[in-house]
Write a protein that binds this ligand. Sequence first.
Ligand SMILES: Nc1nc2c(c(=O)[nH]1)N[C@H]1C(S)=C(S)[C@@H](COP(=O)(O)O)O[C@H]1N2
Ligand SMILES: [Mo]
Length: 536
Amino acid sequence: MRTRTTGTASRLSGFVWAGVAGIVAAAAFLAAAEVVALLAGPTASPLLAVGSFVIDIAPQWLKEFAISTFGAYDKVALLAGLTLAVVIAAAIAGILEYLRPPLGILAFVVAGGLSLAATLTRAGTGAFAFLGPLAGTIAAAITIFLLARRLRAADRVATGGEDAAGPDRRGFFRLAGIAAASALVVGAGSRILSGVMTSITAAREALRIPDPRSRVTVPEGAKLDVEGISPLFTPNGDFYRVDTALTVPEVDPASWRLVVDGMVDRRVELSFDDLVGMGLDEYSITLTCVSNEVGGGLVGSARWLGVPVRDVLATAGVSADADMVLSRSIDGYTASTPLDALTDDGRDAIFAVAMNGEPLPLEHGFPVRMVVPGLYGYVSATKWVTELKVTTFAEDEAYWTPRGYAAEAPIKMSSRIDTPRSGTPVSAGTVAVAGVAWAQTVGIERVEVRIDEGGWQSARLSAPVNEDTWVQWVLEWDAEPGTHYITVRAIDAEGNMQIEERAPIAPNGSSGWQRTLITVNGGAAPVARPWTSVDG
Ligand SMILES: Nc1nc2c(c(=O)[nH]1)N[C@H]1C(S)=C(S)[C@@H](COP(=O)(O)O)O[C@H]1N2
Ligand SMILES: [Mo]
């Protein structure tokens, strides 16, 4: 005999299992879409399409929050959040189908429609991209239909007085298990297979880049030997990465083309071999992100092998009325670069194909990206670049322009303290205060350091590689026990002082002098006042 209590318990467990059924159906959706994406092209993968869509429509403050909170893991956080949302929504759809069929199926159809919309709005989707979400929706609808039906049948058996673990509930578990297992196998299998099939990594390893005509000369004294200072050239593995791409675009150098069109005499199309055949040289350039806070890490230096953009533009013949070049990436990202910055003889704007002695890493734009000294990355450093449209600022707008960032954005001179670090106490005595400073296209003349409210002292600079590359600086400090503020500022080769006034990263880059609070151990340390604010 069943009592009222077990009846309620069975109802409750019915809800739970209906939720599980919804999640299994969602897994079936993803697995079916994934296996179809294998044939229809990688952009048909619905979770990633929805993720990319979210990145594009997310308000600017949210993106800034994500970058500042999760740093390089911002995309991992996005995917985790998205997965959680999908799991919750799927469980609700399962319960709906259990209580009010076919509301659950309807929910999956709506979700399928949304993911279809997200997929179709991706740049570079193939003609069959719709097949992924379609297959997913069908798989999910069938799964949820069958599972919820079993669950309801099991309830009827239970209310009819039979044991709830009777044949129908067993049937539900069997079916749910089979569906979940096959979703897992099919989903994971196609992911792995697609990794093997589109092995851009192999293409990159096989790529032979011709020797450059010239190499960067690194002068004696260009590298200071200080523990904790940023290396002169940032190793590729440590180089910051910023882009809107949820998955790294896979561009085969064999089929890569660069198109130059717009306000030109003739449209030009170059293959990878055509480009590197124009003659490679090595350039040392420090790249900086507009999102870099004062003292932040979104800046790095590398030796790039590249071809001047001006040489490529010259083959197309640029109209005198143009004032901007809109560079476009394979994934649809665009940047607006002033035409002058690309054609000036004095500025080494390049198409880069190699970074620190190897082909561009995939996440840094393989096989070809732009690098323009003196302009923030978002207005110049287009990765996976495939098109240059010669145009005007009046006519065209780049990705970040309607999202709260300036259409033109030269890099603001800045200086950074690498060591000592706030939060890592040092011992009293001689302490090397050191870091880097950059003023691309002009060069750093002097770096000055102030301890507490003392006078400004000139730091020793490394020998500059060129005006486009940061310099290292160091100051020996006789540190006394206690807490101390260290402030740094730079002066460029034209005598300009680094801007003291603080500015946020939007709309055109942060400014201000970095000030850091350092604890020096040893002796009787004065007690730090708790109300002292830590700045920078
Ligand atoms: N295709 C593409 N290129 C891009 C971006 C992007 O989102 N997509 N971001 C730009 C920004 S904001 C910066 S700061 C630099 C960063 O280059 P890195 O990731 O190699 O350091 O790339 C630029 N090029
Ligand atoms: Mo950036």
